[in-house]
Design a protein. Structure first.
Length: 395
């Protein structure tokens, strides 16, 4: 079973990411991971922190001579900001227990601060917010980068672009670019619509000026997945549910849609379902094609062989420079929430994180279906499956 776990606080010493269950023989360079980490750090609307950090994953185990070994892959990503926070984040008990600096006792509406303080019995919300911070997503992107590298060997790609930010819709081009990420990454807000791009940037500037924050929607597209990944037989094997859970777990994400998503509910059946026709040339779909892809590449929790199309909606960041009303936890008096340094929006970065989570779930489901301890074995099993699909086309 492919799985990963992360550890680390936002202003702690480092982040840790461990990916377990990846097959041996996948070509992997630290640069493959760093390239994804750098993509996550981009995006107009981020705060000064992103100028401090320049993320690099140190491969501690599981990779030798540029190939995975099949053993757990441990990665360490240092927090450069740690040097400014060492005293505040020191794991050792403090001599004489002096008052801690940078305590947070005015929880932010919309953040994990308050529920976390109550649940974990903490008087300082820093004990919660350090881990609830979006900094943790760096470690997810590192694990996702390895999954993406594995999938690339099986001709599967994952990309994303921003289709909404701060009240502005970005149009999809008539023809999607062949290299979606190259095109989206060329934009500071990762959109393919130039007109919307300048409107979005103006919105971000305006939100910043008023001490506000903005949310938005990323669309993730995963191409090259054959028919038959995931399963209808049990609730927890349905790939749509697994993707939704993984994407919903990204900080500040409040909605996930597959294909038409919520819009399905408003339409008649004839305007929702994708009609089927034979297409003997397309072996990955079992020799059929859909006339449309409103299902977003999933029917019954199983891939159809069409592109996976997922949309992920992020709420505005909950740290506002013009803070919202809350209470001071020590006195229970009305107060304004803490206004820590933060971002105006992180929607462009969220798209990259959503790609990483998608790559992880798809890689996990691939390994369930095709198994193997080495890439060669997985590929042989994969090729055998595609060959058996081709028998149906009479070839
Ligand atoms: C974050 C607040 C900001 C963001 C941070 C997430 O950091 P700081 O509090 O240090 O200014 O930049 O995001 C990252 C560090 C990152 O790598 O994405 C928050 O409160 O969630």
């Amino acid at each position: 079973m492919l799985r990963f776990t992360t550890a680390g606080e936002s202003h702690g010493q480092a982040l840790v990411s461990i990916l377990e269950g990846m097959v041996a023989g996948v070509p992997l360079l630290a640069a493959d991971i760093d390239a994804e980490l750098a993509r996550r750090q981009q995006g107009y609307g981020r705060g000064r922190r992103m100028k401090i950090e320049s993320d690099h994953a140190e491969l501690l185990s599981g990779v030798r001579g540029g190939q995975t070994l099949g053993s757990p892959i441990a990665m360490l990503i240092q927090n450069r900001d740690w040097k400014n926070w060492q005293e505040i984040m020191d794991p050792a008990p403090r001599e004489g227990d002096p008052e801690r600096k940078r305590q947070v006792t005015r929880p932010r509406p919309g953040h994990a601060d308050l529920s976390g303080m109550l649940k974990y019995d903490r008087d300082d919300a820093r004990d919660i917010l350090e881990r609830a911070s979006a900094r943790e997503t760096t470690a997810r992107v590192a694990a996702g980068a390895i999954c993406r590298r594995f999938l690339r060997e099986l001709d599967v790609t994952v990309g994303s672009h921003i289709i909404h930010l701060g009240g502005i819709d970005a149009k999809r081009p008539e023809r999607m670019p062949n290299d979606l990420n190259a095109a989206a990454d060329a934009s500071e807000v990762r959109t393919l619509d130039k007109k919307a791009e300048s409107e979005i940037i103006a919105r971000i500037d305006a939100a910043k000026a008023e001490g506000n924050t903005l949310g938005g929607i990323a669309e993730v597209i995963c191409s090259g997945v054959p028919v038959g990944i995931g399963s209808h037989v049990s609730w927890d094997r349905k790939l749509d549910g697994r993707l939704a859970a993984a994407l919903m777990s990204i900080p500040a994400v409040k909605g996930v849609e597959i294909g038409l998503g919520v819009e399905c509910a408003r339409r008649k059946g004839s305007e929702v379902h994708d009609e089927i026709e034979a297409d003997n040339n397309n072996l990955k779909t079992g020799g059929v094609r859909r006339r449309s892809n409103r299902a977003g590449g999933l029917e019954g929790g199983i891939t159809t062989g069409e592109q996976l199309v997922l949309r992920v909606a992020m709420k505005p960041i909950s740290t506002l420079m013009r803070p919202l009303a809350t209470i001071e936890m020590k006195t229970r008096e009305p107060a304004q929430a803490v206004a820590e340094r933060s971002d105006v929006t992180a929607v462009p970065a969220m798209g990259v994180i959503a790609e990483a989570m998608t790559a992880f779930i798809v890689a996990q489901a691939f390994l369930e279906k095709f198994g193997g301890d080495s890439l060669r074995e997985t590929r042989r099993n994969y090729d055998g499956y595609i060959a058996s699909l081709s028998e149906r086309t009479g070839r």
